[in-house]
Design a protein around this ligand. Structure first.
Ligand code: PLP
Length: 431
């Protein structure tokens, strides 16, 4: 589905509240909202194009940012949308809840999903909590996920292990082969297995896991397959219906470039009813004139998991972030991030003692590179890169990896990557 900018602005102006429409002209436009025009790719001057993209991000030039996997910056037009929508909602003292429907259409189109399958959450963790908490699982039922899972992916299941006696089994991700990962999961499946979950791209070392092949395996065994997409959506194009999973949770505030505390949960429409909402309230049911004690029915779509008053401005701004990426070109963004990560890799490979933990195979990796060296601890490297060189990386303390993770995204440049390589070389020479 293609929703163009005019339709979006019209949609905003035509909301049931009449919000953001002043004198027949969008107040957003009147406020200079459209001033941050997205650069157009012509192919003539690729580096010039990426410099214009960088100029869209109001990040301080005082440090170089390599931690999109932790938290991504939002471009100006997303922040403009956030502040303007926020202000106008405040001026009219309205929640703007009706705008969720418009945002749902845009975000669904961005993810290859249906609007009814999209639930706006606060982060990836909340999306995974909704699935982990809502599936009907009995004591001794088994759930499989990777040993490298982020706490946002593992704790929701460990909590059910604690509360309900389900059994958690983990596999170590195979950095050498996609098929190896499928085999490791297959080896753990028993008649008691109910759920498989993987990170689309693993957090500590950036391994891209073969989601379509795992989906096929999970469904052959009648299992629910949930994907933690915190590190994939926005880094690489994601087409959810094609991926084949049953549910997918991601954050708006990482690779997508949305505002802080935004997230998306997708559940395949045919399976939404299998996830019982554990938190409900206004908007979880269409029946607002409900007479107590019921009956109580859920809204047909995944927005049954949204409840109560929400921040419509941040949801609108998240939708704007998906438009920004679509206009830049999602394949282009993925290729740029990967090319920069490869540049960092090539530089690190020239430094003695540096071990790269992320697979080189493009089928097994994206725009993150994790490395370590026996010469310094991750805390020392992180501290020196930040303190002496103003380079913000991400320390990896998980699973005793003692490593540093580098994320490269559309706003990073080859010069920044070269500075990082030079800085690491200097840090190690001085050690
Ligand atoms: C794989 C993975 N899952 C979940 C999370 C948690 O994300 P959030 O804080 O947005 O819930 C992260 C954050 O880094 C992550 O890497």
């Amino acid at each position: 589905m293609n929703v163009d900018r005019k339709t979006f602005l019209r949609g905003l102006g035509a909301g049931a509240l009449g919000l953001l429409a002043t004198g027949g002209r969008s107040a957003m436009e009147a406020d200079g909202y459209q001033s941050a025009a997205t650069p157009t790719w012509t192919g003539d001057d690729p580096e010039g194009f990426w410099r214009q993209v960088r100029a869209q991000f109001p990040m301080t030039p005082e440090r170089i940012y390599f931690n999109t996997g932790g938290l991504g910056p939002a471009p100006r037009r997303v922040l403009d949308m956030l502040t303007l929508a926020s202000r106008q909602l405040q001026e009219r003292v309205e929640t703007g809840h009706d705008f969720f429907a418009q945002a749902r259409v845009l975000v669904a189109a961005y993810l290859g999903a249906r609007p009814a399958e999209i639930c706006f959450t606060r982060n990836t963790t909340e999306g995974t909590c909704i699935v982990a908490g809502g599936l009907e699982l009995q004591a001794a039922d088994e759930v499989i996920f990777e040993s490298h899972a982020h706490p946002g992916g593992s704790f929701p299941w460990l909590n059910r292990q604690r509360a309900d006696g389900i059994v958690v089994k983990t596999f170590e991700p195979d950095p050498t082969s996609a098929a190896g990962n499928v085999e490791r999961i297959a080896a753990l499946i028993t008649p008691r297995t109910r759920v498989v979950q993987v990170s689309h791209v693993t957090s500590p070392t950036g391994i891209l896991l073969p989601v379509p092949a795992i989906a096929e395996l999970a469904h052959r065994h009648g299992l629910w397959f949930h994907v933690d997409g915190a590190q994939s959506a926005g880094m690489i194009p994601v087409d959810l219906r094609a991926l084949g999973c049953d549910s997918f949770a991601t954050s708006g505030h990482k690779w997508i470039g949305g505002p802080h505390e935004t997230g998306i949960l997708w559940i395949r429409e045919e399976r939404i009813a299998e996830v019982t909402p554990r938190h409900v309230g206004a908007y979880s049911s269409d029946d607002m004139n409900l007479k107590n004690p019921g009956p109580f029915t859920y809204t047909p779509g995944a927005h049954r998991f949204e409840y109560g008053t929400r921040n419509a401005a941040s949801v609108l701004a998240l939708a704007e972030a998906t438009r920004f990426q679509t206009e830049i070109g999602r394949d282009r963004i993925a290729a740029r991030g990967r090319a920069l990560a490869q540049r960092v890799r090539a530089g690190f490979e020239r430094i003695d003692s540096v071990e790269i933990l992320t697979p080189a195979d493009p089928a097994l990796s994206g725009s993150m590179i994790t490395f370590r060296t026996p010469r310094l601890s991750y805390e020392q490297i992180f501290g020196r890169l930040l303190g002496d060189h103003h380079l913000r990386t991400r320390p990896v303390s998980e699973v005793d990896l003692n490593a540093i993770r580098i994320s490269t995204h559309l706003f990073n440049s080859p010069e920044e990557c070269d500075r990082l390589v030079g800085a690491l070389d200097e840090v190690l020479r001085k050690a």
